[in-house]
Write a protein that binds this ligand. Structure first.
Ligand SMILES: Cc1ncc(COP(=O)(O)O)c(C=O)c1O
Length: 413
């Protein structure tokens, strides 16, 4: 590969393309997961309650194993993280019109779930590192009297959890954690997803556990778990095919909770079965790649990469950075040129991005003037770094980013 700097021409300058990898390609399903899924399909056992008992149910076993991995009492598989969050909001007793505190910067699935549950999102500002601002949370909780906090660790960014938990206690908030992007992510040694009453994970393809679609609901609360099983769509005595449930509680609740048909299916669980133990290996690759890219780019005059707080141990499967001292047009052309060079990226606050709260027209709060969040997404680039990327690929990414920035700023000179 040609060296960094002015010596190499970009494709846009008539040079040769040097990117021969796809930074966004999804993680493959491990062969053992494919084999299990094929076995389930060959046997015609795709519905989670078809197996005779919990021991032979792939979904129940996955739930049991995820609970062990997370160190919690209960996991309930769902068909998406959105479903897990919807069930969570129902469990904590949301009523139509209830205000729900959530991140102004997250993916639109999150406000959508609040709308689905007929709640009203109250958007809390995000800081420079794209995590929730505890001061604004305190302010919005005081102003609105909202009692539920659905907090998203968007792109794995973790707020000051001590400060957040102090606000949660002060206002007696019910915390539901959206951990779609926060697998194997810790604050002071504690896994995210275990701070609130309920944690929700996604197993959609781009996530740490990846199976096309799917979700995992976790809790230490027996009654929440019982209700989650029923809301997901367990009827009659099918709950006997789950681990760790309280039979008396299930008997009592069985016909009191509607079933929303949000179950995980056996084929999804099959694909996920070998992936829990893969998480540590994948995280190691992510962290090494992230650290390398950080070291290559962090001193660039047009790039600002906020570092996580020192208490945070991240999964690092993506990198975000702010473009600084560039015009809107320059930032837009950066994205266009990066795509042409073979490294697609997005800016959160541009081009009707689904992570820009101003695009969520189905909620009232999309009209809020959230100056911090706007400032922090306007020039924020988002780069996917899937674990197949080698350190050589990361060096190439850095080279191309630097060269494209040079090209753009030279044009202006
Ligand atoms: C931050 C965040 N939360 C929740 C979700 C919802 O996940 P799912 O697609 O599994 O419903 C997503 C989806 O990408 C997400 O990005």
């Amino acid at each position: 590969m040609e060296s960094i700097g002015n010596s190499r021409k970009l494709v846009i300058e008539g040079g040769q393309r040097i990117v021969d990898f796809d930074n966004k390609a999804f993680k493959p399903i491990p062969q053992a997961g494919i084999d299990l899924a094929v076995q389930a399909m060959n046997a015609g056992v795709m519905y989670r309650y078809q197996p005779k008992n919990k021991e032979t149910s792939l979904t129940a076993t996955l739930e049991h194993n995820f609970s062990k991995y997370m160190g919690v009492k209960h996991t309930v598989g769902t068909n998406s993280c959105g479903s897990a969050m919807f069930i969570a909001l129902n469990i904590v007793g949301i009523q139509p019109g209830d205000k729900v505190l959530t991140n102004a910067f997250t993916f639109h699935a999150v406000p959508s779930v609040i709308q689905h549950a007929r709640g009203e999102p109250v958007l809390v500002e995000s800081n420079r590192e794209w995590a929730m601002d505890p001061d604004d949370l305190d302010k919005k909780a005081t102003e609105t009297g909202a009692k539920i906090l659905l907090m998203s660790y968007m792109r794995g960014h973790v707020p000051d959890m001590d400060a957040i938990m102090a606000v949660v206690e002060k206002h007696n908030l019910i915390l539901i954690e959206d951990c779609a992007h926060a697998y194997a992510t810790l604050w002071n040694g504690q896994l995210l997803g275990t701070f609130g009453e309920i944690g929700c994970f996604s197993t959609q393809s781009s996530k740490g556990l990846s199976a096309g679609e799917g979700g995992l609901f976790i809790t230490n609360n027996d009654e929440h778990a019982a209700k989650a099983v029923l809301y997901a769509g367990s009827y009659e005595r099918l709950w006997t095919k789950h681990y760790d449930l309280d039979a008396e509680l299930m008997d009592r609740l069985q016909n009191q909770i509607p079933g929303y048909s949000m179950r995980m299916q056996e084929v999804t669980a099959a694909m996920l079965t070998p992936q829990i133990e893969r998480l540590a290996t994948i995280k190691k690759i992510h962290v090494e790649n992230w650290d390398l890219l950080y070291s290559l780019l962090s001193h660039h005059p047009h790039i600002e990469i906020p570092k996580p707080l020192q208490q945070v141990d991240s999964f690092c499967d993506t990198m975000q950075f702010h473009l600084v001292d560039l015009s809107r047009e320059q930032a837009d052309s950066f994205i266009d040129l990066m795509k042409q060079e073979g490294i697609p990226m997005q800016i959160f606050g541009a081009r009707r991005n689904a992570r820009d709260y101003r695009q969520w027209e189905y909620i009232q709060a999309h009209q809020d003037e959230l100056v911090d969040t706007i400032a922090n997404i306007e020039f924020a680039c988002d780069l996917s770094m899937q674990p197949h990327l080698t350190q050589e690929n990361i060096r190439t990414m850095a080279t191309v980013i630097e060269d494209v920035l040079r090209y753009i700023t030279d044009q202006e000179a």
